[in-house]
Design a protein around this ligand. Structure first.
Ligand code: SF4
Ligand code: SF4
Length: 154
């Protein structure tokens, strides 16, 4: 069942990426699947309706549970990032307070590679953030705030 759900998540992601204008070759590379499989996904083949139904429920889990689930069925970090950012229909803004000491713990923990350390401060690319709040949990100075800013309606 986990492999069926991984396929269903990749299928949903492939369809969304195609709608965004990406080529089948690019989608194939991003998701680690061959172009024939991408083609099957885009034509509604290779994935059962039941798996798709369950995957759509999983996508609407809270951000933390969604990425934890994707990480449990997809091994490669870059594929996890692609699936989460493409499928998730929520956007976040991350604020770093002056109390940040630039320790880098949040950057190491961020599954989306949204945080870099520069000038002894954490700098966050909110466009990459999935709202998992892993960074908040590890920050010992309570320097991170995350706000949901809008729903893009995907
Ligand atoms: S974990 Fe906290 S203190 Fe450390 S770099 Fe991140 S925001 Fe700054
Ligand atoms: S909530 Fe924090 S750890 Fe999670 S993706 Fe956003 S910046 Fe990274």
């Amino acid at each position: 069942m986990p492999s069926h759900l991984a396929s269903a998540l990749k299928c949903i992601t492939a369809i969304k990426l195609k709608k965004q204008g990406l080529s089948q070759a690019k989608i194939s590379k991003l998701l680690g699947i061959n172009r024939s499989t991408v083609s099957h996904y885009l034509h509604g083949r290779n994935v059962s309706p039941k798996s798709l139904k369950v995957a759509k429920i999983i996508i609407n889990f809270c951000p933390r549970d969604f990425i934890l689930f994707v990480q449990s069925v997809i091994e490669k970090k870059e594929e996890v990032k692609t699936i989460v950012k493409t499928c998730q229909n929520r956007n976040f803004k991350v604020l770093v307070k002056d109390s940040c000491i630039g320790c880098g713990t949040c950057s190491e923990k961020c599954p989306m590679d949204a945080i870099k350390i520069s000038g002894l401060k954490a700098k966050v690319n909110s466009k990459l953030c999935c709202g998992c709040e892993f960074c908040i949990k590890v920050c010992k100075t309570n320097s991170i705030e995350i706000m949901e800013v809008k729903n893009n309606g995907n």
